[in-house]
Design a protein around this ligand. Structure first.
Ligand SMILES: [Zn+2]
Length: 223
C-alpha cells in the first residue's frame, strides 16, 4: 500500500508562547489517558504531583507552570474556573493555546473520557473565546492590570476529528521521559514507550510520518 502523503505541520516560528491547559498534572504528557490515583491517599499527593510536574517541565523545556488548586475528580466548567483560566491567559499572553476536546464523551469502547478533562477543556475554550479578548468580560481582571489578549491559534488534543498533525519522531523519547517523571501516577512505567509509541504510530500513519501527534486546529487570528 502506498504511504500516505506527508501532511504534518510545523508551528509558525513567530509563535513564541504556547500555553497548555489541562485538568491533571500529567495530562499534557499523556495527552488523552485518564489518571487513576493508585494507592496513596490525598495527603501529600498535591505537593508531590506538583514536584513531579516541575520535573517533567524541566525535561520538556517548559518555562512555567500554574496550578489552580481545584479538587481532582470534581471539576466543573464553572464561571469561576473560566475566570481563573482567563487570568492565566491574559498573564501569559500565549500565541497558541493547547487543550483537550470537551465534546468527546468516550473513546472507542474501553475508555469513558474523564469528566475533569471535559470540564477543563470546556472552560478553556470559553476562556480563549470570548473571555480573554473581551474587555467587558471579567472587568475585575482589568483592575489587576490584565488587559484583553487575543489567542492566535487553538490546538485541541484528543479530538475525534483531527485535522492537523505534528511530526514527533524526534521528540517521542523526550515525551516518554517527561511522562515517566510523574512517578506517583505511572510507577516504573514500563508500559510508557509501548503505549505512547502505539498512539504516535497510529497518528503518524495518517500523517505519513513515523510518529505524530494529532490535533484539531482553530485559527482565531490570522494577523
Ligand atoms: Zn487526566
Amino acid at each position: 500500500m502506498a504511504r500516505p502523503r506527508r501532511r504534518t505541520r510545523t508551528l509558525d516560528p513567530s509563535f513564541t508562547r504556547i500555553l497548555c491547559i489541562s485538568a491533571h498534572p500529567d495530562d499534557n504528557e499523556f495527552t488523552s489517558a485518564g489518571t487513576n490515583e493508585h494507592t496513596r491517599d490525598h495527603t501529600g499527593l498535591v505537593p508531590l504531583r506538583e514536584r513531579e510536574s516541575w520535573a517533567a517541565a524541566k525535561i520538556l523545556g517548559v518555562k512555567d507552570l500554574v496550578f489552580l488548586g481545584y479538587e481532582d475528580g470534581a471539576l466543573e466548567p464553572t464561571l469561576t474556573m473560566r475566570r481563573d483560566l482567563t487570568r492565566v491567559i491574559r498573564r501569559a499572553r500565549p500565541d497558541v493555546v493547547v487543550c483537550g476536546d470537551p465534546t468527546v464523551r468516550w473513546y472507542g469502547s474501553e475508555y469513558l473520557n474523564h469528566p475533569d478533562h471535559r470540564a477543563v477543556a470546556s472552560a478553556a475554550l470559553d476562556a480563549v473565546f470570548p473571555s480573554s479578548e473581551t474587555r467587558a468580560i471579567f472587568r475585575e481582571l482589568l483592575d489587576e492590570g490584565l488587559e484583553p489578549h487575543k489567542v492566535k491559534q487553538l490546538l485541541m488534543s484528543g479530538s475525534l476529528q483531527p485535522d492537523t498533525w505534528f511530526d514527533i519522531s524526534d521528540t517521542l523519547a523526550l515525551k516518554c521521559a517527561a511522562l515517566r517523571a510523574h512517578v506517583s501516577q505511572v510507577g516504573k512505567g514500563e508500559w510508557i514507550e509501548k503505549m505512547l509509541g502505539a498512539w504516535a504510530r497510529r497518528d503518524g500513519k495518517r500523517a505519513g510520518v513515523k510518529y505524530a501527534e494529532a490535533y484539531r486546529r482553530f485559527v482565531l487570528d490570522r494577523g
